[in-house]
Ligand binder design. Structure first.
Ligand SMILES: NC(=O)C1=CN([C@@H]2O[C@H](COP(=O)(O)OP(=O)(O)OC[C@H]3O[C@@H](n4cnc5c(N)ncnc54)[C@H](O)[C@@H]3O)[C@@H](O)[C@H]2O)C=CC1
Ligand SMILES: O=C(O)CCC(=O)C(=O)O
Length: 527
C-alpha cells in the first residue's frame, strides 16, 4: 500500500485515477504549516501539490519514504528540484492542463485594464454612477507585446488576434518563419517593449528573467503602456513598477502573481491603476480537473513501476550505462551551457559528435545532457535528460549525433555545434585523465579552459597591445583575471582570448570592453 499526501486543494474528479488504484491510501490534508508538513512527510510515498505548498530542502530531507512529488500545474519554483534529485525523488508536473485557463485569464486582465472594469465595479458598489471617470480604450488595432511565446504566450497571441490586436512577440526560440506562420510580428525584447501599447509576460521565473522588467525596461516603453503579469511574480520588479505608475509612464497594470505570495499588503495594491487577482490564472474547474488527472496518472503509474509522462527531473540512470558515461555528464552539460552563451541568433540545429574513447559507448544520455545545458538558460530547470530532446524539437531545433574513431589527439572528445541562420558556433571538450574536464576548442581555436566559473570570450584582431588593454580595462573594474588563453587563425588575422575571472561581469562592464576598436565580440559566460 502506498501513502499519498495531497497537500493543496486538488479537483476531486481529477484525483479519480489515484482513488481507482487499489494500492493507494490517500490523505487530503491542505493548508499545513511548513513544520507540520515536515513532521508528517516521513510516512508518505507521494506528495501532490499546487503552488501554495513550498516543498523545501528541509521538508525533502525529512521525506525518507518519498518517491515522487507531483505539481498539479506548470511552474515548479515552489519545489526544491535539486534537493529532490539529490534525494532520488522524481518530480512530475502537468504542463499542458492549465494553458487555456491562464491564456483566458490574461485576456480577461487585458480587457479589464482597457475598460477599467474592476475600478468601475468598485465605484458602483460604493453607489457612485461615474461614467466620465472610467472611459477606456479599444484594444482593436492596438499592439500587444508578448514576452515569452511558449504554450500560454502562443494561446494569448491567437486570442489577441481574434480581438483584432496587432501582436508582436519576443522569445529566444521564436523565428521569423514561426512568427509569420502565426500571423504575428517578432522582434527583440527592446523592440517589443518599444512597440507595445499592452505588454503581457509569459516566461518562467529564472535567473535570466528575474526583474527582466525593471526601471530600464519601463524606460523603453511607450508612455501610457499597460502591462499584465499572469506568469510569475519577480519577473516584473514591483518597486520599479510602482514608480513607473506613479510617474505616469505606465497607465495600468494587471497582476495575478507576485514576488511574495500571499500578496495582500503592498503599496501597489493602493494604486487605482493596479488591478489584481490572487494567483487565479489556473483556477478553473476545467484546468484543475485536467492537471489533477495528469499528475494522478503519473503518480499511480510511477508507483506501480511505469514510466512517467511529464518528468521534471530524473534521479537516476541504469547503473551499467551510468558507470561508463557518468564522468562525462558534467562536461556534456557545460558544453551546452557554454554554447548557448555564444548563440546570439535563433538555433536551428545542434550537432553533437563524439571521438576517441566515446566511439563505442552509449552516448545518447550525454547528448540529451548537452541539449539540456543548451536549453535550460531559457527554459529553466524543468528541462531534463528526458524532455530535453522533445523540448528542442518543439522549439524547432533538430539534433544530430555522430561518432568518429579519430581521436584528434585527445583520448576522448565531445564537440557541440549550433547552426543558426547567421552562422555556426562550436565548442569541444575533453576529460583529461586525473585533471578533470577542459574546453579545448572554441569555434576551431585551440584553448585549454576548465568549464567552471566566470569565463570571458573575446574575439579580436591579432595585433600587439590588445591583451594589455584588456587587462587594464578589467583592472579598472577591479576584476581579477585567474587564467588567460590566446589563439589565432594566422599572424595579424583573427584571434581569440579566453579569460577566467573572479566574478560575473555585468552588461555595462562588458560594453566598455566592446568599445575597444580591436575587439569584434565579447561574451561573458557563467558556468
Ligand atoms: N498565473 C497562473 O496561475 C499560471 C502561471 N503560469 C506560468 O506562466 C508561465 C508560462 O507558462 P508556459 O507558457 O506553460 O511555459 P512554456 O515553457 O511553454 O513557455 C515559456 C516561454 O518563455 C520563453 N522564455 C524563456 N526565457 C525568456 C526570456 N528571457 N525572454 C523571453 N522569453 C523567454 C521560453 O523560450 C518559452 O517559450 C510560467 O511562468 C508558468 O509558471 C502557468 C500556468 C498558470
Ligand atoms: O496551481 C495553481 O493554481 C497555480 C498554477 C500555476 O501558477 C502554474 O501552473 O504555474
Amino acid at each position: 500500500m502506498f501513502n499519498i499526501l495531497i497537500a493543496d486543494p486538488l479537483s476531486e474528479d481529477g484525483i479519480q485515477p489515484l482513488r481507482a488504484a487499489d494500492n493507494m491510501n490517500i490523505v487530503v490534508d491542505t493548508g499545513l504549516k511548513p513544520e507540520e508538513l515536515m513532521e508528517k512527510i516521513g510516512k508518505f510515498d507521494a506528495l501532490l501539490v499546487r503552488s501554495q505548498t513550498k516543498v523545501t530542502r528541509e521538508i525533502i530531507e525529512q521525506a525518507s519514504n518519498l518517491k515522487i512529488i507531483a505539481r498539479a500545474g506548470v511552474g515548479v519554483d515552489n519545489i526544491d528540484l535539486e534537493a529532490a534529485t539529490e534525494n532520488g525523488i522524481i518530480v512530475v508536473n502537468a504542463p499542458n492542463g492549465n494553458t487555456n485557463s491562464a491564456a483566458e485569464h490574461t485576456m480577461a486582465m487585458i480587457m479589464s485594464l482597457s475598460r477599467n472594469i474592476p475600478q468601475a465595479y468598485l465605484s458602483l458598489k460604493e453607489k457612485k454612477w461615474d461614467r466620465k471617470k472610467y472611459v477606456g480604450v479599444e484594444v482593436k488595432n492596438k499592439t500587444l507585446g508578448i514576452v515569452g511565446l511558449g504554450r500560454i504566450g502562443a494561446e494569448v497571441a491567437y486570442r489577441a488576434k481574434g480581438q483584432r490586436m496587432n501582436v508582436i512577440a519576443y522569445d529566444p526560440f521564436l523565428t521569423k518563419e514561426k512568427a509569420d506562420n502565426m500571423g504575428i510580428g517578432y522582434g527583440t525584447l527592446d523592440e517589443v517593449l518599444e512597440a507595445a501599447d499592452f505588454i503581457t509576460i509569459h516566461t518562467p521565473l529564472l535567473k535570466e528573467t528575474k526583474h527582466m522588467i525593471d526601471s530600464d525596461a519601463f524606460g523603453k516603453m511607450k508612455d501610457g503602456v499597460q502591462i499584465v503579469n499572469c506568469a510569475r511574480g519577480g519577473i516584473i520588479d514591483e518597486d520599479a513598477l510602482y514608480h513607473a505608475i506613479v510617474s505616469g509612464k505606465v497607465a495600468g497594470a494587471a497582476m495575478d502573481v507576485f514576488e511574495e505570495e500571499p500578496f495582500t499588503d503592498h503599496r501597489l495594491l493602493e494604486l487605482p491603476e493596479v488591478i489584481a487577482t490572487p494567483h487565479l490564472g489556473a483556477s478553473t474547474f476545467e484546468a484543475q480537473e485536467t492537471v489533477a488527472i495528469d499528475v494522478s496518472h503519473d503518480v499511480a503509474g510511477f508507483l506501480n513501476g511505469e514510466p512517467v509522462k511529464n518528468p521534471v527531473n530524473l534521479p537516476s540512470l541504469p547503473k551499467e550505462i551510468l558507470n561508463t558515461i557518468e564522468p562525462y555528464f558534467n562536461l556534456s552539460e557545460k558544453l551546452g551551457e557554454f554554447l548557448i552563451g555564444r548563440t546570439e541568433d535563433v538555433a536551428e540545429e545542434i550537432n553533437i559528435s563524439y571521438a576517441g574513447d566515446l566511439y563505442d559507448v552509449e552516448v545518447a544520455p550525454l547528448s540529451r545532457n548537452a541539449v539540456k545545458g543548451f536549453l535550460k538558460r531559457h527554459l529553466g530547470d524543468h528541462v531534463n535528460d528526458v524532455n530535453a530532446l522533445y523540448l528542442a524539437e518543439r522549439k524547432g531545433i533538430s539534433i544530430h549525433e555522430n561518432k568518429t574513431a579519430s581521436t584528434k589527439g585527445f583520448t576522448n572528445l565531445i564537440s557541440v555545434e549550433v547552426v543558426m541562420k547567421s552562422g555556426k558556433r562550436s565548442v569541444s571538450g575533453t576529460l583529461l585523465n586525473g585533471l578533470g574536464a577542459r574546453i579545448v576548442k572554441v569555434d576551431g581555436y585551440n584553448v585549454d579552459v576548465t568549464p567552471k566559473g566566470h569565463i570571458v570570450v573575446i574575439n579580436h584582431k591579432d595585433i600587439p597591445g590588445v591583451i594589455g588593454k584588456m587587462g587594464s580595462l578589467l583592472a579598472r573594474h577591479e576584476i581579477n583575471i585567474a587564467t588567460m588563453q590566446v589563439d589565432r587563425s594566422d599572424i595579424g588575422g583573427n584571434a581569440i582570448m579566453m579569460l577566467t575571472v573572479d566574478r560575473h561581469l555585468d552588461e555595462k562592464e562588458l560594453d566598455t570592453l566592446k568599445e575597444l576598436e580591436e575587439i569584434y565580440e565579447v561574451t561573458a559566460i557563467d558556468l
